[in-house]
Design a binder for this molecule. Structure first.
Ligand SMILES: Nc1ncnc2c1ncn2[C@@H]1O[C@H](COP(=O)(O)OP(=O)(O)OP(=O)(O)O)[C@@H](O)[C@H]1O
Ligand SMILES: [Mg+2]
Length: 327
């Protein structure tokens, strides 16, 4: 069985829904209009867990892979919810380092009546007071793939350590870099050498390589990595493994309830199939189905597909890349 280790922050996401979160109320933007001292009724509360690494670990587990999670968690209620969710999903949490002065992230997400959201976010503390992690990165050697993401402050040196450890043990790496990593362009590009699959959205790929269209971006990314995937929300996705290029449209035009976790479901959906030897095309179809399902439910995990879910056809084209010369 394929073994995948997800590494990175966990969070508790508390979703609040209320008719009061109406962006058009009294012709004002709702969130400039929460008067001091106000007590506002909220109709609907959903307690979910998030954090990119915990979300992707759940896709891998639901797809029947051996899924494990590595990070620092505290003893706070958010950390306990994260552990409990992962345990319930059958994710191996034995590599988690738990300490009292660690704290998981906590977000309050106000979902407006039009589906937009405003997030109040506490980042958490995964390294304690020393500011230095004490994870045992040697465990990476026990896995076929790793998926590091959202490594918090100072994430890039840690990402470097993780990717180096993977290279040392011949472990494959999928990367879906987050904001702090993308902010350090040169260092991030320097470590792409050790990355096997790079998956980002269009704006993020534009921060890494030049190009206007998803196709140009994916092809340019091939100069750094063997497999490149560029997603563009409801506009679809382009993926290439250097042999063929796949362009896919929207899997299904669904009502979007909450788009939290779309990118995670897409990237992890891809890897859950690709790591099992499925084709580029099959992996993109599943990635699209998984992310489309996630945006129809509140929270990043609820819509993640289980093994043997029935998939349907989608607009997708594949063509060979043989005429392309490396730039
Ligand atoms: N409105 C939508 N309707 C249907 N599917 C969607 C929609 N938005 C996103 N998706 C699905 O999710 C995938 C990833 O979305 P997107 O390209 O927005 O990633 P992202 O910007 O990385 O997301 P995130 O903000 O979660 O990181 C898309 O390729 C698509 O399959
Ligand atoms: Mg993303």
């Amino acid at each position: 069985m394929v073994k995948i280790l997800a590494i990175g922050k966990g969070t508790q996401d508390v979703f609040l829904k209320s008719d009061e979160f109406d962006p058009h109320k009294e012709g004002k933007h709702m969130y400039t209009h929460l008067p001091l001292g106000l007590k506002m009724e909220v109709e609907d509360v959903h307690f979910c867990t998030g954090g990119n690494a915990t979300n992707v670990a759940v896709t891998f587990a639901r797809q029947g892979l051996e899924s494990a999670y590595l990070w620092g968690l505290g003893e706070d209620p958010a950390s306990q919810s994260i552990l409990q969710d992962l345990d319930n999903e059958g994710v191996n949490t034995t590599h988690v380092v738990q300490a009292r002065d660690f704290q998981s992230g906590y977000s309050v997400i106000m979902i407006a009546t039009n589906g937009e959201r405003t997030i109040l976010n506490h980042r958490g503390r995964a390294f304690g007071r020393t500011g230095r992690h004490n994870f045992n990165l040697d465990v990476i050697g026990d896995y076929d793939w790793i998926y590091p993401t959202s490594l918090g402050d100072g994430g890039l040196p840690l990402l470097r350590e993780i990717v180096d450890m993977a290279e040392k043990h011949n472990v494959k790496v999928m990367l879906n870099p987050a904001g702090p990593e993308l902010a350090e362009h040169d260092k991030l590009v320097a470590l792409l050498d050790g990355v096997d699959v790079l998956c980002t959205n269009k704006e993020e790929m534009q921060m890494l390589v030049s190009g206007e269209t998803c196709e140009e971006l994916a092809l340019h990314a091939l100069n750094y990595v063997p497999v490149a995937i560029v997603s563009d929300g409801p506009n679809g996705v382009v993926a290439t493994d250097g042999k063929t290029i796949v362009r896919a449209g929207m899997y299904e035009d669904v009502p979007v309830v909450d788009r939290t976790g779309a990118g995670d479901a897409f990237a992890s959906g891809f890897l859950s199939q690709w790591a099992q030897g499925k084709s580029l095309r099959e992996s993109i179809v599943f990635a699209s189905a998984n992310s489309t399902s996630v945006v129809t439910k509140i929270g990043a995990k609820a819509g993640i597909l289980h093994k043997h879910s029935t998939l349907h056809e989608m607009p997708i084209h594949e063509k060979p890349l043989n005429q392309r010369s490396k730039e």
